[in-house]
Design a binder for this molecule. Sequence first.
Ligand code: GRF
Length: 201
Amino acid sequence: MSPRIVVLISGNGSNLQAIIDAINSKTLNGQIVLVVSNKDSAYGLTRATQAEIPTLVFPLKPYKDLGKTRIEYDIDLAKKIKEYNPNLIVLAGWMHILSEEFLNLFKDINIINLHPALPNQFDGADSIKRAYEAFKKGEITKTGVMVHKVIPDVDKGEPLLIEEVSIFETDSLNDLETRIHTVEHRLIVQCVKKILDELNH
Ligand code: GRF
């Protein structure tokens, strides 16, 4: 049986697509058994459906409306994911921080996150824009992409793969975003491959 992957997304899902493509081309020996989005408008859901992968929309708002906590949301989400018996959980643009309660329910498997910045630089949202602005102010000369293990602290777990990305004087923000996304699509596949290869041996 090939390893079972659950991918969590919140938006476009281009990194999900990179994983789907790598599975289809047999670069990756694994199967995506579920794609979860916290937003029903996420285009990544369409990508999953086109690839005949089951999807789950799991928004936070109904929990908030009922006065329930983030921890209750995380535990229910973890239970749903557990039904799919994953060997690996990939956060590919998932915009929620997962609590310790969620992570504790998956202590025996890897949970990884893709982040468009170097370790300890521009943690959290809008990292590419913040790096671009810092470059313009002369504060940094380069940025990067990392895939790291997920711990309760945002974008802080042990980095598994890191790649620097150049910024050029002539770059628009859009140029930098495009360059970073290209690196992300390669790095996320590389990291998933590394983990799956370890599982297969
Ligand atoms: C990526 O830049 C990822 O690093 C960040 O959110 C973005 C998601 O892009 N956490 P996509 O939905 O995979 O296209």
